[in-house]
Design a protein around this ligand. Structure first.
Ligand SMILES: [Zn+2]
Length: 73
């Protein structure tokens, strides 16, 4: 019996959508694994990456504030 072929929205790989497949219908079985099980190919942010992101956001806010002050002042 053939199952419909779907393209995974996470990794772009094609997979058979079986009726008993756990997780999302638009994700392959590998990408349907819960995050704490460390799925292969999934983007995972570690603490350093999160810290960098916070610094970038803070810097961006500062620059925008600077621009607003300059325009108003
Ligand atoms: Zn996938």
């Amino acid at each position: 019996m053939a199952f419909p072929i779907k393209t995974c929205v996470v990794c772009g790989e094609e997979f058979e959508l079986k009726p008993d497949k756990p997780g999302f219908a638009n994700r392959c079985p590998r990408c349907s694994i819960p995050e704490d099980a460390e799925p292969v190919g999934a983007r995972r942010k570690d603490a350093v990456e999160r810290q960098n992101e916070q610094e970038v956001n803070a810097e961006r806010r500062r620059v925008i504030r600077d621009m607003l002050y300059r325009r108003n002042g």
